[in-house]
Design a protein around this ligand. Sequence first.
Ligand SMILES: *Cc1c(COP(=O)(O)O)cnc(C)c1O
Length: 222
Amino acid sequence: MAKITENLQFINEKIKQAKNRSEKKQDVTVIAVTKQVTTERAFEAIEAGLIHLGENRPEGLLAKKSEINNQAKWHYIGSLQSRKVKQVINEIDYLHSLDRFSLAEEIDKRAQKTINCFVQANVSGEESKHGLNRDEVIPFIESLAEFEHIRIVGLMTMAPNTEDEEIIRNVFRELKNLQQEVVKLNLPFAPCQELSMGMSNDYEIAVEEGATFVRIGTALVG
Ligand SMILES: *Cc1c(COP(=O)(O)O)cnc(C)c1O
């Protein structure tokens, strides 16, 4: 396996170039997605200077957190079953997969602090993907006003599985447009300044289109 420090250097350089190309100035935070690697490997990520770790299963998150704990910020990036909310919700710093009202209800009931959430959108409309359709996102966010523990920090999406860069770029661009629309609503519980988009194969495009969090597994720790 390649050294994480070297992978990170390479990725940081690519992110810098992507920002230069697009003349964008946003801060980009790299989330090391450690779902497929050991706790030991996740520790190497911390040693390489990464702070943000992403997991997509309650078991994986809790196992790693029990050893790494507050040396990392914890991102839950997978779809979350309502019955698993109580296991993880007070253990994480960000949830990237808020996609339904019943989940919001359960989070609000179990949370002992404000939970930073991304609303997951399925902009590409692919059947296999989780997330709300484009048109559902704003009504959904407006419906969350009653929940005192939920803060909508941004939107999240996954690009479709395709080699076609223009299709990927359009998905990211649409998410950015949607985020701007949410910002304009001026909702106190939904500042929505962040965009969680871009993975190993498409993070450069995502950064060009305004990503502020990229979620990278294979190319970084894999
Ligand atoms: C696994 C996963 C990633 C990372 O994918 P890579 O292609 O390994 O970089 C990012 N986001 C989500 C939601 C994931 O499940």
